[in-house]
Design a protein around this ligand. Structure first.
Ligand SMILES: NC(=O)c1ccc[n+]([C@@H]2O[C@H](COP(=O)([O-])OP(=O)(O)OC[C@H]3O[C@@H](n4cnc5c(N)ncnc54)[C@H](O)[C@@H]3O)[C@@H](O)[C@H]2O)c1
Ligand SMILES: O=P(O)(O)OC[C@H](O)CO
Length: 326
């Protein structure tokens, strides 16, 4: 089994900073790459990141804007938003040796190309080993060292196991898998469904409606995943059902919060990224191409595109013909 000693995290946002701490706690040598030299210097000297208030950057993490230092690591973690992953990797790819695991930690599908994150990695850095890390975990909880568990998938099971060994600790527990697509679909779909859950909460439709919406959302996620060749146990595991439960029930979720604001009729805050917004149209196109019905995801996409009002989509969902559960 490969022995990975060093980790580079690309993207010094909230999650990248939390993952750098995770890798340092697991005993790895860690470089955290920030695009801006000024931001890197500030984080390196202050041991803090304004995107992750209250968390300290582990003393052993070296924050830098020098991409060549990051490219020397045994493992690369890409902690940039899904729509920026291609750009971030394009800068790094020419510096990367062959056979290095590049782990996408973003949850989404690329607009335009309709590609999943590991497909983007394969496009941009064909010499790398693509992998995906996803599951129910908020950056603040991870950075605070609260217990979290995620799924880490790579087509090569030995690499998945070695990655888990390199990153895992008592408080950050990755489970290994080879079902890369299953993990990717769970993370992408839950963000869209969390917006719907937020709308239900914002509209004050009640706890019963929220549970029903989350459950029907899960059946959409399951149908799409199975149509894309994912395994049921992955879709009902940490990166699927687990993350759906978290994101559909917590105000800490930016996707849920976006939905709450929409449900209340407020102008959503634009300073916080809600990736489901970008993934929604791609997700429903993917579902249509597979002949999969995703009424909740479709409703979210229609609201975000301004094609329907919240009241119209709620009425549409509640007046669908009765049918067998499934
Ligand atoms: N925040 C969380 O709780 C959390 C938890 C799990 C997964 N994630 C996932 O992690 C990803 C990042 O989320 P975040 O919360 O850290 O976002 P964020 O906005 O806090 O940080 C994103 C960072 O990426 C950097 N970046 C953007 N484009 C870049 C490029 N081309 N090269 C280098 N850096 C670039 C930005 O400068 C920023 O520092 C998302 O896909 C999200 O779904 C986040
Ligand atoms: O804040 P969100 O909605 O992007 O969710 C963050 C994580 O994905 C939760 O697992």
């Amino acid at each position: 089994m490969a022995n990975f000693n060093s980790v580079a995290v690309i993207g010094a946002g909230a999650y990248g900073t939390a993952l750098a701490d995770v890798a340092a706690r697991a005993g790895r040598e860690v470089v955290l790459y920030a695009r801006s030299a000024a931001a890197a210097e500030l984080m390196q000297s202050s041991r803090a990141n304004p995107r992750l208030p209250g968390a300290a950057i582990d003393d052993s993490v070296f924050v830098t804007a020098d991409l060549s230092l990051a490219a020397r690591a045994d493992i690369i973690l890409l902690a940039v938003p899904s729509q920026q992953l291609r750009d971030a990797l394009t800068a790094l790819a020419p510096l990367l040796p062959a056979g290095i695991p590049v782990v996408a930690c973003a949850k989404g599908i690329e607009r335009g190309s309709h590609k999943f994150m590991t497909e983007v990695i394969a496009d941009v850095a064909p010499q790398a080993i693509p992998a995906i890390l996803s599951g129910p975990n908020f950056a603040d909880d991870v950075a605070a060292g609260l217990p979290t568990a995620v799924t880490l998938a790579c087509a090569d099971e030995d690499v998945a196991v070695a990655l888990v060994q390199a990153l895992g600790s008592a408080t950050f527990r990755p489970y290994h898998s080879t079902d890369v697509r299953g993990v990717e679909i769970g993370g992408a779909a839950k963000n869209v469904l969390a917006i719907a859950a937020g709308i239900v909460a914002g509209k004050q439709l009640g706890a019963s409606a929220l549970a029903a919406l989350t459950t029907r959302g899960f059946s959409e996620l399951l149908r799409l995943g199975i149509a894309c060749g994912a395994r049921t146990e992955t879709l009902s595991g940490l990166s699927g059902l687990g993350d759906l439960i978290l994101s559909c029930s917590s105000a800490q979720s930016r996707n849920f919060s976006l939905g709450v604001a929409l449900g209340r009729g407020e102008q959503p805050a634009r300073d916080k990224l809600a990736e489901g917004e970008f993934t929604a149209p791609v997700l429903i196109e993917l579902a249509a191409s597979k002949g999969v019905d995703m009424p909740v995801a479709k409703a979210v996409a229609a609201i975000l595109a301004g094609e329907a009002t919240i009241d119209q989509v709620i009425e549409g969902l509640l007046t669908r013909p009765f049918k067998a559960e499934g």
